[in-house]
Design a protein around this ligand. Structure first.
Ligand SMILES: Nc1nc2c(ncn2[C@@H]2O[C@H](COP(=O)(O)OP(=O)(O)OP(=O)(O)O)[C@@H](O)[C@H]2O)c(=O)[nH]1
Ligand SMILES: [Mg+2]
Ligand SMILES: [Zn+2]
Length: 312
């Protein structure tokens, strides 16, 4: 029998130490070659959803299996600091170019810090951000719009949708020719939106608790074909930790702070306690949204424990 030929494929899901790879019209359960397992030192897993890979099929009678030989160069990564070890990176998806930040209209105000973390991440990692507010069937638009005003002011793409009412505001036009990642807290309806866009996907959707919290129904990220491109559905996240940035770099990911920031006295200003801070002045004058600034401070506190470290 001839030796199996290597194939090129794409990682659509990870299962512990194994990767599910789509190649041609087949899916292979792949074991990583020994030298790959070590990976780059800062990543716990050397392979991520969305990776283009080279595999060698293993001849057998059961489900298609293969050895994963090589990870091809990447373009575009979404990562956060690893929840169990903040010095490590956790790759959420790779070869992506758009981050779709999903929030629930019914719990929008309490989700805005997560939205701001994801927005900063998209901008720091050179991904195009899109904000999608789902469950708009539950809340009056007049109540939502004041919360959304700063994002509209930044010129971000923002959609108000309802997956359950099938009102998707034309968001499928976003996906053609791109790879987008859906991210947001558990229960906001990420999988529901994808099901509504393409019913054949049949993604599992979950209940929400009485207080509206999701139950982490999606447990593994998975890559899916959608509307002429790809999307990655991810499990709900709340603490999307920023990886490898300094406190003074956070505001570089705040387009709404940009024009004031140039007038701060110190180029390393964190816009907290420093004298002659133009960002703080712009918050007081109402030019910068006070909620965005408060959440910026809370992210600084959570990431760097700034009460202790930066206080004068
Ligand atoms: N009222 C309303 N409920 C919705 C809408 N979209 C989704 N839901 C409900 O919200 C719940 C959670 O939906 P999921 O799609 O599982 O949420 P998810 O963001 O994928 O959650 P995780 O996988 O846990 O991260 C389900 O009970 C859905 O029926 C909507 O537009 N309106
Ligand atoms: Mg889900
Ligand atoms: Zn400042």
């Amino acid at each position: 029998m001839s030796e199996p030929q290597p194939l090129q494929g794409i990682v659509i899901r990870l299962h512990g130490q194994h990767a599910c790879v789509a190649a041609g019209d087949q899916q292979f359960l792949c074991t990583l070659r020994g030298r790959l397992k070590k990976g780059k030192r800062r990543d716990r897993s050397p392979v991520a959803v969305g990776d283009r890979v080279r595999i060698t099929p293993i001849v057998g009678d059961g489900e298609p299996e293969a050895a994963l030989e090589e990870v091809l160069p990447r373009k575009g990564e979404l990562f956060r600091s690893h929840p169990h070890d903040r010095r490590m990176r956790q790759l959420m998806a790779v070869n992506v170019d758009m981050l779709v930040i999903v929030a629930g209209a019914d719990r929008l105000s309490e989700q805005l810090t997560t939205v701001d973390r994801l927005l900063a991440t998209a901008l720091l990692q050179s991904l195009t951000p899109v904000i999608v507010v789902n469950k708009c069937d539950l809340v009056d638009r007049a109540l939502l719009d004041p919360l959304l005003r700063p994002y509209i002011g930044m010129g971000l793409a923002l959609y108000r949708v309802s997956a359950s009412a099938g009102q998707l505001d034309g968001i499928n036009a976003l996906f053609a020719g791109r790879t987008a990642v859906f991210a947001g807290q558990s229960g906001v309806g990420k999988s529901s939106i994808l099901n509504a866009l393409q019913p054949g996907l049949k993604l599992r959707v979950g209940e929400v608790d009485r207080d509206g919290e999701g139950r982490h129904t999606t447990t593994n990220a998975s890559l899916l074909p959608l509307a002429g491109g790809f999307v990655v559905d991810t499990p709900g996240v709340r603490d999307f930790g920023l990886f490898d940035i300094k406190p003074e770099e956070l505001s570089l990911a705040y387009p709404d702070f940009a024009s004031a920031r140039q007038h701060c006295k110190f180029s390393t200003c964190t816009h907290r306690h420093e004298p002659h801070c133009a960002v703080k002045a712009a918050v007081i004058s109402g030019e910068i949204d006070a909620g965005r600034y408060e959440r910026y401070l809370s992210i600084l506190r959570e990431e760097w424990n700034t009460e202790q470290r930066l206080a004068p």
